[in-house]
Design a protein around this ligand. Structure first.
Ligand code: TA6
Length: 290
């Protein structure tokens, strides 16, 4: 069996050793273990704080939380009752189906639609599906957002983002190619700046929303040039976040946890996507090893 389901999660296994674990709460990918060319032992590629709650009491501090329909504190009139980063990361999703199971990999689909709890805070028809695909050296996460409203009704207006915590030594990390991109520096009161660095590091507190997201970024560390490739489609921004020592103020962050990850987050985090009735938008992230 290339997948196993337990009460709270789904585990995917690839015959060449890779694995992935998805918690139904938030459809949060908790683990992606993959071998690389130089190391045949599957190694954990995502960071989850050892203090993270996995019991559904709060969003998971790590892995890949799904952000929808707002990024950060809500600003759109339809989102004002929602918590920071919306509700998708703090609801229990349904394990819907296995969509692929062959030599290329295994792919599973999770869904989330309105519930009385969600509708009390967000009274808008929507349907989400999240497809997680594990291949030998690659993990794809595709978020599908559908506006099921009848034609003639207004658009579904949302932000969405995959809040990916990559397990890397943050003091060594270098991200390319973002040079020349405009970004909103949330550490400087939202000032809009232009990236001048060929390789972006996170040695200082970093909370930057890059506009005009590139189709891919390379995240490298160490003298041997270890790295991961983050590819994205239909996402318009790329957020890079590492709180450095300020991370100690985050209640569920393990001691020194910020030294062990960088968040690289394909999203629609500036402005909103307007999705017409009957339409589906698909945002894709593909993580692979370099
Ligand atoms: O994506 C970066 C960010 O929005 C930061 O501003 C930081 O607050 C982070 O997300 C974590 O948010 P959370 O709600 O998970 O504590």
């Amino acid at each position: 069996m290339p997948y196993e389901q337990t009460t709270d999660r789904v585990v995917l296994k690839h015959p060449q050793g890779a694995s992935a674990e998805i918690l139904l709460y938030g459809a949060t990918v908790l683990s992606w273990k993959s071998p690389d060319a130089t190391n045949s032992t599957p190694t954990e590629r995502l960071f989850v704080s050892s203090k993270a709650a996995l019991d559904g009491s709060k969003p998971v501090r790590g892995g890949i939380p799904v952000v929808f329909p707002c990024f950060g504190p809500p600003s759109h009139p339809e989102h004002l009752k929602l918590a920071q980063h919306g509700f998708a990361r703090s609801e229990v999703w349904t394990f819907d189906s296995v969509v692929m199971d062959n030599d290329a990999g295994v792919s599973v689909r999770f869904t989330l639609g309105p519930t009385p709890k969600i509708s009390a805070l967000y009274d808008r028809p929507f349907q989400l599906a999240y497809v997680v695909t594990l291949a030998a050296h690659e993990l794809s996460t595709n978020l599908h957002v559908t506006n099921p409203s009848p034609s003639g009704s207004g658009p579904l207006t949302f932000q969405a983002l995959l809040h990916t915590y990559l397990r890397v030594p943050s003091s060594e990390v270098r991200i390319s190619a973002l040079q020349g991109k405009k970004y909103v520096d949330k550490t400087a009161g939202g000032a809009v700046k232009e990236e001048t660095r060929e390789f972006v590091d996170v040695r200082a507190t970093t909370d930057a929303v890059y506009e005009d997201a590139p189709g891919q970024v390379e995240v490298r560390w160490g003298a041997e040039g270890h790295g991961m490739l983050v590819r994205m489609r239909e996402f318009t921004t790329l957020t890079v976040w590492n709180p450095q020592a300020e991370g100690a103020k985050i209640g569920d962050m393990e001691d020194g946890g910020w030294e062990r990850y960088v968040c690289v987050e394909p999203g629609i985090a500036r402005g909103f996507k307007d999705l017409e009735p009957g339409r589906t938008w698909i945002g894709q992230q593909v993580l692979s090893l370099l």
